[in-house]
Design a protein around this ligand. Structure first.
Ligand code: FAD
Length: 434
């Protein structure tokens, strides 16, 4: 490919920006075009539901010097379609040798004619910050991570906050009802009215119509019922879509030369034996290392122990792993107390951990998950015993024990590959005909 080739990146969030910076850091000298639907330069989303809501001075912009990076950044331009050679936008066409899909996710909306707000973009957060005032009757639909963080900020600013959740407990869909229920008392202590097991039928002017005939009056309504991968524009393109862009363990889509990364990508996790999609900042930060390596001819695998954090009601809540196949839940400490952890086990091994104000448990737990060592449940349940000491050393590797993230990162960085690979076919045995 003359001049090192052309890489086009669709989506200028964290994953898109990290993809272009990784390509340059690895010595790629070809042409890079970054297409972003938003008019702003890339920014970080985690602060939007935290400090941006309460702190006027906080700017979440990510440091991106596109001139120094020699990246053709196209803000305010949306990708509308693609084929095997060209990305189409609302403004033009971009031929590519490699295409990285990083269009993230979009919030789901509720039915009904009433005005509903969301908390996904910087502009959403700025608009909400201007509204959060003492006495504001704010109804938040969804007691997930974003709903809890917004409730924290709104209550701190004197709002009358009601959180309506269809599931049996906060965070029930993310971490299961038994663990999520332990956070209910945090809402009450903050003066937030939590109503679980209540389905919203529609958003109406002035409030929420509930299934079964109830009504919740509100000045403002924020819908926080989850997000969907922003992949509608790829329908009919030939890229396999299944809960986002389906990619293999090297983040390659089924079309040659096409990759996906971040919130929009469902990747084959060797560690957990299935294709998974995460909406985690840490994934958007690190997965681009693998994409860049593979765009440049590598054959690297993305196989992290996924990590997520949330700051809610004055607590740091951290989660690592994936508990989809867990058989056993072990409590570490009293969940009614100020600090505790919940540990999920499968086949006698730690597969996920949620830690409340116990960062060391999280760190050690993440390493223990990566090691796939069997654990001593009694020691794991004792908060006085370090999590790392709950692992039972084993002499031979077992299935599913992939490399940890730190190992992958150092391996990538010591393996520069400055040109695009000449071959990038379907590497996965799980693709349908493509
Ligand atoms: P995005 O950040 O969504 O970026 C994708 C970009 O692509 C967007 O700018 C979008 O406008 C653009 N785009 C979409 N469609 C198109 C198109 N057709 N053409 C061109 N551009 C397009 N994670 C944590 O681990 N901890 C947290 O505490 C945490 N807090 C969060 C708080 C909030 C309010 C939000 C919204 C998310 C939070 N997350 C958190 C999740 C984390 O921010 C995301 O996982 C991460 O931003 C994903 O990055 P991304 O680049 O894949 O997607």
């Amino acid at each position: 490919m003359a001049g090192g080739g052309r890489v086009v990146v669709a989506g200028a969030g964290l994953a898109g920006l990290r993809s272009v910076t990784e390509l340059r850091e690895r010595g790629f000298t070809g042409q890079i075009t970054l297409i972003g639907a938003e008019t702003r330069p890339p920014y970080d989303r985690p602060p939007l539901s935290k400090k941006v809501l309460t702190d006027e001075g906080l700017d979440p912009s990510l440091k991106a010097d596109f001139a120094a990076l020699d990246v053709d950044f196209r803000p305010g331009e949306a990708a509308t379609g693609m084929d095997a050679e060209t990305l189409a936008t609302n403004r033009g066409k971009y031929p590519y040798d490699r295409l990285i899909l990083a269009t993230g996710a979009l919030p789901a909306a509720l039915p009904g004619p009433g005005p509903q707000r969301f908390l996904r973009s910087y502009d959403d957060a700025l608009a909400l910050r201007a509204l959060l005032k003492p006495g504001l009757r704010l109804a938040i639909v969804g007691a997930g991570w974003i709903g809890a963080e917004l409730a924290t900020a709104a209550a701190a600013r004197g709002g009358q906050v009601t959180v309506v959740e269809a599931g049996p407990a906060p965070l029930a869909s993310a971490v299961g009802a038994p663990v999520g229920a332990q956070t209910s008392r945090w809402y009450a202590a903050a003066g937030v009215h939590l109503r679980t097991g209540i389905a919203v039928e529609s958003v109406q002017p002035g409030g929420l119509a509930l299934a079964g005939g109830g009504w919740i009056a509100a000045d403002e309504i924020v819908t926080a019922v989850g997000v969907r991968p922003a992949t509608g524009w790829l329908e009919g393109s030939g890229v396999w879509l299944e809960n986002g862009v389906a990619v293999d363990s090297g983040l390659r889509a089924c079309m040659p030369g096409v990759y996906a990364v971040g919130d929009c990508a469902a990747f084959e996790s060797r560690r957990f034996g299935r294709r998974l999609r995460f909406e985690h900042w840490d994934v958007a930060l690190h997965a681009p290392e693998v994409v860049a390596a593979n765009v440049l001819g590598g054959d690297e695998v993305y196989d992290p122990v996924p990590y997520f954090w949330s700051e809610q009601f004055g607590r740091m809540v951290q989660y690592a792993g994936y508990h989809g196949d867990a058989e056993q839940l072990v409590w570490r400490g009293d969940p009614a107390g100020p600090t505790w952890a919940a540990c999920w086990l499968a086949v006698g091994r730690l597969v996920a951990i949620l830690a409340v104000d116990r960062p060391r448990d999280l760190l050690q737990g993440r390493r223990l998950i990566a090691s796939a060592s069997p654990v001593d449940v009694g020691r794991l349940a004792d908060p006085a015993v370090p999590v790392k000491d709950a692992g039972i050393p084993r002499l031979t590797p077992v299935f599913g024990a992939g490399p940890d993230v730190g190992h992958l990162v150092s391996w990538h960085r010591s393996t520069p590959r400055p040109t695009l690979s000449s071959v990038n076919g379907c590497h996965s045995s799980t693709w349908p005909a493509c």
